[in-house]
Design a protein. Structure first.
Length: 394
């Protein structure tokens, strides 16, 4: 019998208290925490499956002095708020009906029945909270060892239950897979059109999740080859895919952490109106939309003056543009965008009447200051003298 290794999280006192409140035989660790612990990866979230119905979970936690939040109680999920981090507790479930976007569920009593409604075999591993022994109903341990991402049961049926599983497949394939499964790829390709029926937010969440991975080039290439990418991001043509691949290689060379918005921008033509349309379609945040638009306005000569670019567009957008161009970003490391050491009042004090002429002179001095790579106040004073002299001679 395979068991979880002892780790810091399995020894948490607050988890032990929660398990004691619910009953060890009524609970199992499940999903990512089990999978990633076996793979030696960092654990971010801990999920518990339980035979108890949600109100019983709430009552037992209350008796033990554990606060709960009904985060998804209609679907059987309650979150226990623990000192060392929250834990989601979900009652065993089985699907009554699904339409690919949402499911109607009923509570179940058997662990295997709950496992059967999950997406991939490597996500259907259940660990006893005390013995740490693992129950594997569909060969997930073997698949994990062989670096194989495999749907539970019929891949097409799993996708028809939730169309988002197409994108989840490619995200998990990038993280845990070697050679893709023919059946899985065929099912994703055949049902790619169903992604159009999903909410834009769900599609964006999974797409950005894929782009956040250390190296998603293989999965993006597979998505393009099998008709999935053109459904969710038709703007990402062959040229854009090459730019995307070059960006990730450049990030790796420089040791720069990959960023999903930057990588999304690389998959789009450098046209602001297209970036704005994609951002609206995916319902990105206001900050993400602004950043995507800024990156889309990149130009071939951006690398000629990196700090001038950062002064105009901000450090973040400048770094994004330079990275996509395959350029060096060393000039921006530790550099803060300065403010021009000149105010309009100083120009007025030199005898220029307040109004448009002050603004014109200020812009002219600022332009030369940027061109000379941000000299100090003494040089700015000289630039102002030169500008005032030129103005008086016209």
């Amino acid at each position: 019998m395979t068991r979880l290794p002892d780790t810091d999280w399995t020894k948490r006192a607050d988890l032990a208290s929660l398990v004691a409140a619910l009953g060890a035989e009524n609970t199992r660790y499940v999903g990512g925490a089990v999978r990633d612990t076996l793979l030696g990866k960092a654990i971010h979230d801990i999920d518990l499956a339980t035979t108890l119905v949600p109100h019983a979970v709430i009552d037992r936690c209350k008796e033990a002095g554990i606060r709960t939040v009904p985060t998804g109680i209609d679907h059987g999920t309650v979150t226990a708020v623990l000192p060392d981090g929250p834990v989601e507790i979900t009652t065993l479930r089985r699907d009554i009906s699904t339409d690919g976007r949402r499911a109607t569920v009923a509570f179940a009593e058997e662990w295997r029945e709950d496992a059967a409604r999950r997406d991939f075999t490597i996500n259907a591993l259940y660990a006893h909270p005390q013995t740490l022994e693992i129950d594997d109903y569909f060969g997930g341990l073997e698949d994990m060892e062989d670096r194989r991402v495999r749907f539970i049961g019929d891949a097409r049926e799993r996708i028809r239950e939730d169309h988002l599983r197409i994108l989840r497949y490619f995200r998990f394939q990038a993280r845990f897979g070697d050679a893709p499964e023919d059946e899985a790829i065929a099912a994703c390709s055949q049902l790619a059109h169903t992604l159009k029926g999903l909410s834009r937010e769900r599609v964006a969440m999974e797409l950005l999740g894929i782009l956040s991975l250390p190296d998603p080039r293989g999965s993006i290439a597979l998505m393009a080859e099998h008709g999935i990418l053109e459904v969710i991001l038709p703007e990402a043509r062959e040229r854009e895919q090459r730019v995307f691949g070059s960006l990730i290689a450049h990030e790796a060379r420089l040791g720069v952490e990959g960023d999903p918005v930057r990588r999304l921008a690389a998959l789009l033509p450098p046209i602001a109106s297209i970036a704005q349309a994609v951002a609206a379609r995916l319902r990105l945040s206001r900050a993400q939309r602004a950043r995507l638009s800024c990156i889309a306005e990149r130009k071939e000569d951006d690398a000629a003056a990196p700090r001038a670019l950062a002064y105009r567009e901000g450090i973040e957008c400048a770094r994004d543009r330079l990275l996509i161009a395959g350029s060096n970003i060393a000039a921006l490391a530790g550099w803060e965008v300065p403010q021009v050491p000149l105010k309009g009042g100083e120009i007025v004090a030199r005898g220029v009447g307040a109004g448009p002429e002050v603004a014109r002179i200020l812009r002219a001095v600022e332009a030369r200051w940027v061109e000379e790579e941000f000299p100090g106040a003494d040089r700015v004073a000289e630039l102002l003298d030169e500008e005032l002299s030129a103005s008086s001679n016209t």
